[in-house]
Design a protein around this ligand. Structure first.
Ligand SMILES: Cc1ncc(C[n+]2csc(CCOP(=O)(O)OP(=O)(O)O)c2C)c(N)n1
Ligand SMILES: [Mg+2]
Length: 750
C-alpha cells in the first residue's frame, strides 16, 4: 500500500499538538525563551507561524497539482528552520534563494506589510499571470519589494552573482556611487548540500574568499541548507562541515538544535557578516520531507525506517514542543494557529486556481528584450565634460590626435573606454589581466592608472566569477564592463550569460535587470598565435540566447560608436550585450596594400553612436552584387570587391552587419532589393555557428530574392599554424563565389 507521507506528516503535527500538555507557566510575549537566547516568545510564535505557512503552501502545491491547477511540487517541507535567517535579515539585504527557502520568504515577508506571501506563492504555483514576480513564467522565490531576485532551477548558478552583489556593494561605496540599499547591507545566498559540490558553487565561495584575502570586503552569508541528500544521493556524513570549516577567509558557523539555539547561532553569523564584512558559511541542519518533488518516489532509494526517522525530525513538531515546553505558547493556541494558517492558504489556493495565465506569445516574451530606442540613443550619445576630457587625455583629444595619426581598432576601443569611464562614474572595467598589464592586446592599457583600482581591476582567473561580479554589479545599478580574454573561454562560463544574466528580466517580469557590456576578444585569423582556443569562430551559442545583443565591430571607428550604443542599451534598457572584438583586426592598419593605412580610422567624437539595426555600407552606389559580412569577413570582402571591380568589372556593394543578434535583417533586405545578386561571407562555422543561414533564409522568405549564395568557414575547430587556412573562409573563396553568383544574375550592370 502506498502511504501518503504528506497526510502522515500533517497528522504527526496534529497529534503532537493534541497530546502536548499545557505549560506550567506562560511566558510574557516579550520574554526570551531561555536564559541563553534573545528570542522572545512573540518572535518564536511568529517564526512558527511562518513555518506553518510555508508548510501549508507545500501541502496545497501538491493538491493543486493533483487537480491539474498547479505545476510545481518541490517543497520546503523540513527546511523551515531557514525562517530564522529570513527573520534576522533585513528586506534590504539582497537574498538569492534555494527553492526550499519557503520559510525564509514567509519570515521576510513579515517585515513588509504590503506583501502577501501566501497569495503570491499560490499565484506562482498555478503559473498565474497575477504572480507578482514571474507572471507565471516559472515558480520562483522572488520579490522586488523584498529584494529577492528570482533564481533559475540550475542549482548553484546563483552563488557567483550573489558573491558579485556582495562584492559590488562595498565596491560601490569605495568608489562613491550611491546604491539604493544601506551601506551595511549583506547578501544572503541559500543552496542545498549536494549543490555545494557544484563547480559553480565552489567558484562563488572561492571568489568570496579570494576577494577577502585581497582586501575587498565581501559581506555574503552562504546559507547551506543541509538535508543530507540531493535527489537520491546521500551526502557523506560531515561532508559539509569538513569541506567548509577551518578554511581561511571563510567563517564557518553550524546551526542546529532547538529553535532558540538556531536563533542565537544565526544571529552570530549575521552579525559577524554584517560587521566584519566578510564571507560567512552558515551550515543549517534541516531535513527533507516527502522526497525531492511530488513526482519522486522516495521509497525507491530510502527504506521505510529511514523515511520515518527523517519525519521524526520534522522541525514543525520539534518547534511546537519547544514553544509549549518553554511556555511561549499553549497547545491550544498553536492548534488554532495551525488551523487558521491552513484555512488561509486553502482559501488563497482556491482563488488562484482558475486565475488567468499568460495567453499570448507577445505577453510571454514582453520582458525578454526591452528596447526604448530613444532612451538608448540619449544614453549612448552623452558627452563627457570638456575640461575633464582635456585633463584625462593630456590636452590632445583622441579625435584631434587621429587627424594627424589615424589609429587602430585596439587604440580606439581604449580611448572609448577612457571616455566612458570618465562620463559614467558607475562604470567598472575588470577581468583577467586588464588592469596592471592593460589586457593581453593592450586594449585596456592605462585605464587603471587613470581611474584607480577601485574601478579598473584584475580578477581571479575564472570566467564564471567574472560574469558573477558583472551580474552582481548590474543588480546594484553599476555598469559592469567585464572582459573575457578569449571567446573560447566564454564558453566555459556560458551559463552565467545564457541561464542567468539574460534570463533575469524574463523571470522577474522586468523588475530586476543586470545590465552589462561583456567585452570578448575573439574570432580567428590571428597570425602567429594560433590554435582553436585563440581563434574560436563560433557565435552560435551566443546568438541562441534570447534577449542577448551581440555586437561585432570590424573597424575602429565603428567599434567606438557601437560601444557607446551597447552601453546606452545596457543603461537605458537593462540589456546584456556581448561586444565581440575581432582580435586579428585589433592592430591591423592596412586594407589593400601594405602601408595604405586603409584599416585605420579617426576617432568619432563623443555624441556619435550606433544602435542595433544600423549597418555599415561600403560602395553604396554599386548594385551588381551585394556582399553581406562582418568583422574579418568584412575586410576580406572589401579586398575582394576591389579585385571584382578591377579584374572583372563587377561592382559590389558591401554591407557590414555590425550587430549579429538581433540581425539587422530589414537593412539587409533593403540593400538586397537594390542589388542584382547577394553573397553572404560568414567567417563563423557553416552550420549552426554563424549567421549565413539566417540571412539567406530571411531573404528567400521575403522574396522575390535575387540569386543568393554564401561562403562560410568549416564546421571544425581551428588547427594550429597554416592548416588554419584550410578550415577558415578565405578571400579567394569570397571572390570565386561572388563571381559565380554575379554571373547567375546576368551581365554586370553599369
Ligand atoms: C546544474 C544542475 N544539475 C542538475 C540539476 C537537477 N537537480 C535539481 S535539484 C538536485 C539536487 C540538489 O540537491 P541539494 O543541493 O542537496 O538540494 P535539496 O534538493 O536537497 O534541497 C538536482 C541534481 C539542476 N537543477 N541543476
Ligand atoms: Mg540536499
Amino acid at each position: 500500500m502506498v502511504v501518503d507521507r504528506v497526510a502522515l506528516v500533517e497528522r504527526n503535527l496534529d497529534r503532537a499538538l493534541a497530546q502536548a500538555e499545557a505549560p506550567a507557566a506562560r511566558l510574557p510575549p516579550d520574554a526570551p525563551l531561555s536564559e541563553r537566547t534573545t528570542l522572545t516568545a512573540r518572535q518564536a510564535v511568529d517564526l512558527f507561524t511562518d513555518q506553518v505557512r510555508s508548510r501549508a503552501l507545500d501541502v496545497v502545491a501538491r493538491a493543486l497539482k493533483a487537480q491539474g491547477a498547479g505545476f510545481y511540487t518541490i517543497s520546503s517541507a523540513g527546511h523551515e528552520q531557514n525562517a530564522v535567517v529570513g527573520a534576522q535579515l533585513r528586506t534590504t539585504d539582497p537574498a538569492f534563494l534555494h527553492y526550499r527557502s519557503g520559510g525564509f520568504m514567509m519570515a521576510r515577508s513579515r517585515q513588509a506589510p504590503g506583501v502577501d506571501p501566501v497569495t503570491d506563492t499560490v499565484l506562482s504555483l498555478t503559473a498565474s499571470a497575477g504572480d507578482p514576480i514571474a507572471q507565471g513564467r516559472h515558480k520562483v522565490w522572488g520579490s522586488r519589494p523584498l529584494w529577492v531576485p528570482p533564481q533559475t532551477s540550475t542549482i548553484a548558478s546563483h552563488l557567483p552573482k550573489a558573491m558579485g552583489t556582495a562584492f559590488a556593494l562595498d565596491r560601490a561605496r569605495r568608489i562613491g556611487v550611491p546604491v539604493d540599499i544601506p551601506p551595511d547591507s549583506i547578501v544572503c545566498c541559500s543552496f542545498g548540500d549536494a549543490s555545494a559540490n557544484h563547480a559553480t558553487a565552489l567558484a562563488g565561495i572561492n571568489a568570496a574568499r579570494y576577494s577577502h584575502r585581497r582586501g575587498s570586503p565581501v559581506p555574503i552569508l552562504f546559507l547551506c541548507e543541509d538535508n543530507g541528500i540531493g535527489i537520491s544521493v546521500d551526502t557523506p556524513r560531515r561532508w559539509i562541515s569538513s569541506s567548509f570549516s577551518g578554511l581561511p577567509h571563510l567563517e564557518y558557523v553550524h546551526a542546529a538544535g532547538e529553535l532558540d539555539e538556531v536563533w542565537e547561532t544565526v544571529a552570530r553569523a549575521v552579525t559577524n557578516c554584517r560587521t566584519a564584512r566578510r564571507p560567512v558559511f552558515l551550515h543549517l541542519d534541516v531535513v527533507r520531507l516527502w522526497g525531492h518533488a511530488g513526482t519522486d518516489v522516495e521509497s525507491g532509494y530510502r527504506t521505510g525506517d529511514e523515511i520515518a526517522a527523517v519525519e521524526a525530525r520534522d522541525p514543525l513538531v520539534v518547534n511546537a514542543r519547544r514553544l509549549v515546553a518553554t511556555g511561549a505558547a499553549t497547545p491550544a493556541q498553536l492548534r488554532e494557529l495551525v488551523a487558521a494558517v491552513r484555512a488561509e492558504v486553502a482559501e488563497a489556493a482556491a482563488k488562484a486556481a482558475g486565475g488567468p495565465k499568460l495567453a499570448t506569445r507577445a505577453a510571454v516574451v514582453a520582458p525578454l528584450a526591452p528596447y526604448d530606442e530613444a532612451a538608448a540613443r540619449v544614453e549612448a550619445a552623452g558627452v563627457p565634460d570638456a575640461a575633464d576630457r582635456a585633463a584625462l587625455f593630456g590636452g590632445v583629444l583622441p579625435e584631434q590626435a587621429t587627424t594627424a595619426v589615424r589609429r587602430t581598432l585596439a587604440a580606439h576601443v581604449n580611448a572609448a573606454l577612457h571616455d566612458e569611464l570618465l562620463r559614467r562614474p558607475e562604470l567598472l572595467v575588470f577581468g583577467e589581466d586588464v588592469a596592471r598589464k592593460g589586457g593581453v592586446y593592450n586594449v585596456t592599457s592605462g585605464l587603471q592608472r587613470a581611474f584607480t583600482s577601485g574601478r579598473v581591476f584584475d580578477t581571479l582567473l575564472d570566467e564564471t566569477t567574472i560574469l558573477g561580479i558583472a551580474q552582481g554589479a548590474g543588480h546594484l545599478g553599476l555598469m559592469p564592463v567585464p572582459e573575457i580574454q578569449y571567446l573560447a573561454y566564454l564558453h566555459n562560463a556560458l551559463d552565467q550569460l545564457r541561464g542567468e544574466a539574460a534570463s533575469l528580466s524574463f523571470f522577474s517580469s522586468g523588475q530586476f535587470t543586470n545590465p552589462m557590456v561583456v567585452r570578448v576578444a575573439g574570432l580567428a585569423y590571428q597570425k602567429g598565435f594560433g590554435g582553436h582556443f585563440h581563434n574560436d569562430n563560433s557565435i552560435g551559442a551566443l546568438r541562441d540566447i534570447p534577449g542577448l545583443v551581440l555586437a561585432v565591430p570590424s573597424r575602429g571607428d565603428d567599434a567606438v560608436r557601437m560601444l557607446r550604443g551597447a552601453l546606452g542599451l545596457a543603461k537605458a534598457c537593462g540589456r546584456v550585450v556581448v561586444f565581440l572584438e575581432p582580435i586579428a583586426l585589433y592592430h591591423e592598419k592596412d586594407l589593400h596594400q601594405p602601408g595604405d593605412g586603409g584599416w585605420l580610422s579617426d576617432y568619432p567624437p563623443p555624441g556619435q553612436a550606433l544602435l542595433p539595426g544600423e549597418v555599415g555600407v561600403h560602395h553604396p552606389h554599386h548594385t551588381d552584387l551585394l556582399i553581406v559580412s562582418y568583422a574579418n569577413g568584412l575586410r576580406m570582402s572589401l579586398r575582394a570587391a576591389l579585385r571584382l571591380r578591377i579584374d572583372h568589372g563587377v561592382r559590389a556593394r558591401v554591407v557590414d552587419l555590425r550587430w549579429l543578434s538581433p540581425l539587422p535583417l530589414e537593412a539587409v533586405r533593403r540593400h538586397a532589393g537594390q542589388c542584382a545578386a547577394v553573397l553572404v561571407a560568414d567567417e563563423c562555422r557553416a552550420t549552426g555557428g554563424g549567421i549565413a543561414d539566417a540571412v539567406i533564409a530571411d531573404l528567400a522568405e521575403h522574396g522575390p530574392a535575387p540569386p543568393l549564395a554564401s561562403v562560410r568557414s568549416a564546421d571544425s575547430y581551428v588547427p594550429l599554424g597554416p592548416a588554419a587556412d584550410t578550415v577558415l573562409l578565405g578571400e579567394d573563396e569570397i571572390l570565386d563565389a561572388a563571381l559565380r553568383v554575379a554571373r547567375r544574375a546576368g551581365p554586370a550592370q553599369g
